[in-house]
Ligand binder design. Structure first.
Ligand code: MG
Length: 385
């Protein structure tokens, strides 16, 4: 590789951040962290800053940033940034050539656009970026001639399967889904689910929000919306298939009927490493699949009656405009209410559906407009609880 990857990692203390560091640990000679950011967890950031000699540190919350700056826990000469503008400045660092966006929620939107506009490649992990602002982000990617690299395991799998095939060879995308913890439960059993039941995920270790999203398949719905933007296919050309083992991370069907699949153990280090070093390949940092062991792969169609969130997401992908942003906002509010035991499990899709019905469909005019819709939908959904 001719050029060293110089990385800004937005969301260094989360699980994507952790896995990114794991990849870097295996390849310290080929990639360097030049900036790190977190919402407020500055103690963890200080450990990362010391271990990787990072000079630029952004902490979104101002009070936490102040504490960090006066703590003496960071290396001498550390430059501190705060607020959304601080995250944007970090994303524009002249020495960086790749920005990994893994901050939770809509916070990653403006910094990602800032990175693109300063002609850096972006590796996108935060779903909100494409779900809310797909059109703006993809337009900017084309305008500034940068690469958008998908970190999510499914999208990265599709990205790898497509390789250098021209768009016209692409027939369908087959997104795989674990089916979540209620894969084998009836709708009746799901109606009695408590937070503790929904928080078990057999295949992936994730935060509570994402684990619940996996159980309702709302996450797959969001991934469907993201895939329409990333790969330029309409939602009806994207199939979803339940694959309980989570070994095939997604597949692509070409116009000649050939299907390519991407297989790897369920570790985020595989897609992250692909994003960091694309188009180069180096040794992996965790063991790959062992085919001398018995390995069975099952597939089944998702039940759209049971996974109502998935049906709603498909409708939003078809409708376009502000619908995906409303879906995302209402889902977040509903899941939060469920986790605090304020609404039953099956109220999650109901809240999403009612929130969607409260907003006339239209195209967003700007990023500010989308963020206003996001805020409005949160208010409406909260009012329904
Ligand atoms: Mg995923």
């Amino acid at each position: 590789m001719t050029t060293m990857r110089k990385i800004v990692l937005l969301g260094a203390t989360g699980s994507i951040g952790e896995n990114t560091l794991k990849v870097l640990d295996g390849h310290r000679d080929k990639a360097q962290l030049v900036g790190i950011a977190a919402r407020s967890r500055w103690r963890e950031l200080s450990e990362i800053a010391r271990k990787y000699s990072v000079k630029n540190v952004a902490i979104f919350e101002e009070s936490a940033a102040k504490e960090a700056e006066s703590s003496g826990a960071f290396p001498a000469g550390t430059r501190f940034y705060t607020g959304e503008s601080g995250l944007c400045e970090l994303a524009e660092l002249p020495e960086a050539n790749l920005v990994v966006t893994a901050v939770v929620g809509t916070l990653g939107l403006r910094p990602t656009l800032a990175a693109i506009r300063s002609r850096k490649d972006v590796a996108v992990a935060s779903k909100e970026i494409l779900v809310l602002a797909g059109r703006f982000v993809m337009n900017a990617v084309r305008e500034y001639g940068v690469k958008i690299l998908p970190v999510d395991s499914e999208h990265n799998a599709i990205f790898q399967c497509i390789g250098t095939e021209p768009q016209r060879h692409l027939d369908r995308i087959i997104l795989t889904a674990s089916g979540g913890i209620f894969r084998d439960s009836s709708l009746e059993e799901m109606s009695r689910a408590r937070p503790a039941d929904a928080l078990k995920n057999p295949n992936w270790a994730m935060g509570p929000k994402v684990t619940v999203d996996s159980s309702t398949m709302a996450n797959k719905g969001l991934e469907l919306i993201e895939a329409t933007w990333l790969f330029g296919l309409p939602q009806e050309k994207i199939d979803i298939v339940v694959h309980p083992q989570s070994i095939i991370h997604s597949m692509v069907k070409f116009t000649d009927g050939s299907v390519l699949a991407h297989l790897a153990p369920p570790s985020m280090t595989f897609p992250i490493q692909n994003c960091i070093f694309y188009p180069h390949r180096f040794a992996g940092v965790v063991p790959s699949l062992d085919f001398s062991q018995t390995l069975s792969l099952e597939f089944r169609a998702p039940n759209y009656e049971k996974y109502k969130c998935l049906r709603l997401a498909r409708e939003c992908a078809r409708a376009g405009g502000i619908a995906p942003a409303i879906f995302n906002a209402a889902n977040e509010i509903a899941v939060d209410a469920f986790l605090r035991e304020r609404v039953p499990y099956l109220a999650i899709p109901e809240i999403i559906e009612k929130t969607l019905a409260a907003f006339p469909l239209r195209e967003p005019s700007s990023l500010e407009d989308v963020l206003a819709v996001d805020a409005g939908a949160r208010l409406t959904a909260s009012g329904l609880i």
